[in-house]
Design a protein around this ligand. Structure first.
Ligand SMILES: Cc1cc2nc3c(=O)[nH]c(=O)nc-3n(C[C@H](O)[C@H](O)[C@H](O)COP(=O)(O)OP(=O)(O)OC[C@H]3O[C@@H](n4cnc5c(N)ncnc54)[C@H](O)[C@@H]3O)c2cc1C
Length: 318
C-alpha cells in the first residue's frame, strides 16, 4: 500500500496546524503557500484553553508557554469611566478548570511554532494555486502560478477568507463586508514609559471597542486591536497601514489608559472586517475547506457565534 498523500493549500494557522497533525499521524503531507516568505505579522492572538489542548497534542505547549503571556483575566471595562463590567478570570483558576492554560501570544510566534512542527521540505512557498481538478479516480490535481503541478489523494484548502478553492468548488459569491474596520499593532511596552496597564482589557464604547493585552511573558510587547464602523474602507490585508492620528481621534473620548496606549504606539495596521454566511457543504469529493476559507467570522465573534444571542446589544453591534 502506498502512503496516503494530502496537499494543503495555504500555510496560515489552519493549514500549518492541519499539516502538523497529519504529519504526526504518519500521513504524507505537503503545504502549498502563495507567499514567497513568511513575515512576522504585528498582531496578537488569543489562544483559548481548547486551542492549547490542540497545541499540546502537536508537542508545542512548552514553546507557547515560553513565548506567550499568561494573563490573570480578560477584563471588560466601560470605555470612559473605566467601570468594570465583568472580569473573566483566567490564570491558574482557568487552567485547573479547563485542563490547559489560556494564553495571549504574538501571531508570529504561534505561526513559527506551528511551522516548526511541519518538516521544512513539506512547505512549498511561492506556490499559488490557480487550478484544481478532481480526477476520475478521486485523486486531485493542483496547478500553480509558477507553472508546476502536483497530484495528491486529497486536498485541504485553507486558503483564507477569499479562498480560490472555495470559489472553484461552490461558486464565487463575495465575502460580506461588515462595514467595520480594525486597527491593530504590536509595539514595545517600553514606549508606555512605565505607565501601568491591565494584563488584558476590552474597553466597551457605544459603537466601537478596543482590546489591549501583552503578548510576551515578560510584558515586553503590547498589542491592541480595535473594531469600529467605517463603511467606505474595504481593504482586507495584513500589510495595509492606517493613520495613527485618525485612530487617536476615533478614541479621544475613551479612558486615559486607552489614550495613553494610543499616544505611545508608533504605527498601526488597518484591516476591513469580512465574514461569510455559513455554508451547507464544506467538501466535494476528496477536497475539503478549512478555517477562514470555510467559515470566517469577525475577530470579536471569537469561538462561538451562538454566544451572540446571549450578549448585551452593544456587544452584538460591535
Ligand atoms: C484583526 C483580527 C484579529 C484576530 N484575532 C484572533 C484571535 O485572537 N484568536 C483567534 O483564534 N482568531 C483570531 N482571528 C481570526 C484568525 O486570525 C483566523 O480565523 C485565522 O487566521 C484563519 O486561518 P486560516 O489558516 O484559515 O487562513 P489564513 O490565516 O488567512 O491563511 C490563508 C493562507 O492561504 C494563503 N493563500 C491564499 N490563497 C492562496 C492560493 N491561491 N494558493 C496558495 N496559498 C494561498 C495565504 O497567503 C495565507 O497564508 C483574528 C482575525 C483578525 C482579522
Amino acid at each position: 500500500m502506498t502512503k496516503l498523500s494530502v496537499a494543503i493549500v495555504g500555510a496560515g494557522m489552519g493549514g500549518l496546524a492541519t499539516a502538523a497533525a497529519l504529519h504526526r499521524a504518519g500521513i504524507g503531507v505537503n503545504v502549498y503557500e502563495q507567499a514567497s516568505k513568511f513575515t512576522r505579522l504585528g498582531a496578537g492572538i488569543q489562544i483559548g484553553c481548547n486551542a492549547m489542548k490542540v497545541l499540546r497534542g502537536l508537542g508545542l505547549e512548552p514553546l507557547m508557554r515560553a513565548s506567550a503571556f499568561y494573563p490573570r483575566s480578560w477584563n471588560n471595562r466601560e470605555y470612559d469611566t473605566g467601570e468594570v463590567r465583568f472580569d473573566m478570570i483566567f490564570g491558574e483558576q482557568a487552567e485547573q478548570r479547563y485542563g490547559a492554560p489560556y494564553l495571549l501570544g504574538h501571531r508570529g510566534d504561534l505561526h513559527a511554532a506551528l511551522a516548526s512542527a511541519v518538516p521544512a521540505e513539506a512547505i512549498h512557498l511561492d506556490h499559488r494555486v490557480v487550478d484544481i481538478e478532481q480526477n476520475p479516480d478521486r485523486s486531485v490535481k493542483l496547478a500553480f502560478a509558477n507553472g508546476s503541478a502536483v497530484e495528491a489523494d486529497a486536498v485541504v484548502a485553507s486558503d483564507g477568507v477569499h479562498s480560490f478553492v472555495r470559489d472553484q468548488l461552490f461558486g464565487g459569491d463575495d465575502a460580506n463586508f461588515t462595514g467595520r474596520i480594525a486597527y491593530r499593532t504590536v509595539f514595545p511596552a517600553a514606549l508606555l514609559n512605565v505607565y501601568a496597564i491591565g494584563d488584558c482589557t476590552k474597553w466597551w464604547g457605544p459603537d466601537r471597542h478596543i482590546v489591549i493585552y501583552y503578548v510576551k511573558p515578560d510584558r515586553s510587547e503590547v498589542y491592541f486591536v480595535t473594531s469600529q464602523p467605517e463603511p467606505g474602507f474595504t481593504v482586507e490585508s495584513w500589510s495595509a497601514m492606517g493613520d495613527v492620528n485618525e485612530l487617536r481621534t476615533a478614541y479621544d473620548d475613551f479612558h486615559p489608559e486607552v489614550r495613553h496606549v494610543l499616544a505611545a504606539c508608533p504605527a498601526v495596521h488597518k484591516w476591513a472586517l469580512f465574514d461569510r454566511d455559513p455554508q451547507t457543504n464544506w467538501s466535494q469529493g476528496n477536497i475539503t475547506l478549512l478555517g477562514d476559507a470555510c467559515h470566517p467570522m469577525t475577530p470579536y465573534m471569537a469561538q462561538a457565534r451562538r454566544w451572540r444571542s446571549k450578549m448585551p446589544p452593544c456587544c452584538r453591534a460591535a
